[in-house]
Design a protein around this ligand. Structure first.
Ligand SMILES: [Zn+2]
Length: 355
């Protein structure tokens, strides 16, 4: 049986931000301070808190030019459950939200996930067809999700080609081209020689590298969410979801700040998410949260028109990190320059089994 969406608590992020939407555009004149006092008397909130909220909202309202491309990795789905009913539910719910909200997105496919006993299953391929039928894009995320840091280049490249056997004809039948590659774990190579050779390989097969600027640990929340659902712990699932949305709000804010510090502006951002049960349930709230921050949603193609993506990525370290931090390291940023990245709460890590 598919899980039911856990009931929400009455005092969540959405409720606090509703006040933000309503008052975000205000300038704090005397009349409005009086109004804030009135709100305080009605809601029992402190005046200082209201003023702070108004200030934050005014900042968000002034940044209406924010834009982001939504990229969703590990299609057809990533979950502790592999039964087709769960994968179908994840697909349908993600696509329903994206279509209802008119948000373009691209899904990155692990073709190995389509196979059972060495053969791609028709009903899993059908899930990918739904993405295309919904007007979304598909990209290559390799066949077996291997790391370029732990593979010989030739082996890795064969895995990339094996990862397009289903999706290339599928995409082309829908009148599109297979244009984007996303490195698993964002592992892009430990030497410039490897990176350049692989970039040439990708280009020769018609691919561009899909970068990420807003990276996050959403996958840890998703794993914890899966574990709670698997043991029918709806209260636990709700607790994780209620921690997930504020975490995403704060990490998006962190990358906005890092963008301004590095570039003096916020570029077209690229957000990395995964096709999991957590997002199937909460993508609508995540999108609403981003709209409140002033974002509009654009395609990956449009995001890449930002000239910032002409910058080289010289990073050859072991981590899978955002392109913002790759560019920052190239400019000499160190330690404290990166401080302030929000952390996943300990209880979420514990449930997920991630130390
Ligand atoms: Zn992945």
């Amino acid at each position: 049986m598919l899980h039911a969406r856990p009931a929400r608590g009455g005092r969540g992020l959405a409720r606090e931000s509703a006040a933000c939407d309503e008052y975000g555009m205000m300038v704090l004149t005397t009349a409005q301070v009086n109004r804030a006092r009135l709100i305080r008397s009605i809601c029992g909130l402190g005046l200082l808190r209201i003023l702070l909220a108004l200030s934050v909202c005014a900042q968000a309202a002034s940044a209406q030019s924010r834009s982001v491309a939504i990229t969703i990795d590990d299609l057809p789905a990533v979950s502790t459950r592999r039964d087709i009913a769960v994968h179908t539910s994840i697909t349908e719910r993600l696509l329903a939200t994206l279509q209802r909200e008119a948000v373009p997105a691209i899904g990155f496919v692990i073709e190995g996930g389509l196979e059972t006993n060495g053969r791609p299953e028709r009903e899993r391929i059908a899930l990918l067809e739904r993405w295309l039928a919904a007007g979304m894009g598909l990209g290559n995320h390799s066949f077996s999700h291997r790391s370029l840091h732990q593979s010989a280049l030739e082996t890795y490249q064969q895995d990339v080609l094996r990862g397009e056997r289903v999706i290339r004809p599928l995409v082309e039948r829908h009148g599109k081209s297979l244009a984007w590659y996303r490195h698993p774990m964002l592992h892009t190579g430990r030497t410039m020689q490897t990176k350049q050779a692989f970039a040439a390989f990708l280009a020769s097969h018609g691919y561009r590298i899909a970068p990420v600027t807003i990276d996050n640990q959403e996958w840890i929340f998703a794993r914890a969410y899966d574990h709670t659902l698997d043991r029918n712990d709806s209260a636990g699932a709700r607790r994780i979801a209620e921690a997930y949305l504020p975490y995403m709000d704060s990490i998006i804010g962190y990358y906005e700040q890092q963008s301004r510090a590095l570039l003096g502006r916020e570029p077209h951002q690229v957000l990395l998410l995964h096709a999991n049960r957590l997002n199937a349930e909460y993508l609508d709230e995540l999108l609403a949260l981003m709209r409140r921050r002033g974002y509009r949603f654009i395609s990956l193609d449009e995001a890449m028109l930002d000239p910032v993506y002409e910058r080289a990525d010289p990073y050859t370290g072991p981590a899978g990190i955002t392109w913002l931090h790759r560019w920052a390291m190239a400019e000499g940023w160190t330690g404290s320059d990166f401080a302030g990245e929000p952390e996943v709460p300990a209880f979420v890590r514990e449930i997920a089994g991630v130390s």
